[in-house]
Write a protein that binds this ligand. Structure first.
Ligand code: HEC
Ligand code: HEC
Ligand code: HEC
Ligand code: HEC
Length: 137
């Protein structure tokens, strides 16, 4: 039966489209639950515990303040695009203008928290233990 085959085909396409959409959506939307930053294999030796990062507490910021992809010195990453791990580009040692991974995180996170603290504004943690926890994991 021709029409039945067609219905099945249409359904299959619909399912595929829905699946693709869900995947890309899940991969690009700002996570509403805290995520665990733990670039396990990126360091020769991992000294500290994983860091919990709540996106929602950073809602006031634009995604591009933290997410980037440079082309000719300009950040061309746009909201909705795939998000790569920082460790996809930043390695355990500095490469040109790319800070080494640990520095990339600290420069991004701590610089802002410390600056806001000095300005006596609401801010995030500035001490090692508040970000990394007590235990090495
Ligand atoms: C604002 C949060 C924050 C603060 C404060 C902070 N860190 Fe980190 N640190 C991070 C994040 C995020 C990473 C990246 C972790 C990863 O890549 O898995 C990191 C990575 C590291 C790493 C490299 C990864 C490892 O475990 O070996 C070391 C070492 C480190 N931090 C030490 C410190 C020390 C020492 C202090 C205090 C002087 C400190 N950090 C304060 C957020 C913070
Ligand atoms: C204050 C910095 C900051 C801001 C602002 C920010 N992000 Fe992130 N985001 C991060 C960090 C750090 C990670 C973890 C990267 C890693 O593990 O290497 C991350 C991870 C993600 C992930 C992957 C989550 C996962 O579970 O793998 C997505 C998706 C994402 N961000 C989307 C967004 C979107 C969309 C926005 C803007 C609406 C945004 N982020 C704003 C810092 C930020
Ligand atoms: C697609 C590759 C790529 C990814 C993914 C990436 N970076 Fe970078 N990052 C770069 C490059 C390239 C530079 C140097 C930019 C320039 O030309 O100045 C850079 C520079 C930086 C700098 C120094 C410049 C500044 O803004 O102070 C920091 C800090 C930084 N990245 C943090 C991060 C963090 C945190 C993440 C994850 C949320 C991340 N990067 C993800 C490629 C990347
Ligand atoms: C441009 C500024 C800025 C940057 C960059 C930034 N933060 Fe924050 N962070 C804040 C502010 C402001 C708050 C306080 C928000 C509030 O209390 O409403 C905060 C809060 C937090 C909190 C505390 C949440 C709580 O429950 O009290 C954590 C943890 C945190 N940030 C981790 C990080 C990490 C890890 C990074 C780097 C990946 C980062 N932040 C980058 C500004 C920043």
């Amino acid at each position: 039966m021709k029409s039945k085959g067609r219905v099945v085909l249409v359904l299959l396409i619909a399912v595929a489209v829905a699946a693709a959409f869900t995947l890309s959506y899940a991969a690009t939307k700002m996570p509403d639950q805290p995520i665990k930053i733990d670039s396990k294999d990126a360091y020769k030796e991992k000294k500290k515990g994983a860091v919990t990062f709540p996106h929602v507490k950073h809602k006031a910021l634009k995604c591009v303040e933290c997410h980037h992809e440079f082309k000719d010195g300009k950040n061309v990453w746009q909201e909705g695009q795939e998000v790569k791990k920082c460790a996809a580009c930043h390695k355990d040692k500095k490469e040109g203008k790319k800070e080494k991974l640990e520095k990339a995180f600290h420069k991004k996170c701590q610089t802002c928290h410390k600056k806001l603290k000095e300005e006596k504004k609401p801010t995030g943690p500035v001490t090692c233990v508040k970000c990394h926890g007590k235990e090495k994991k």
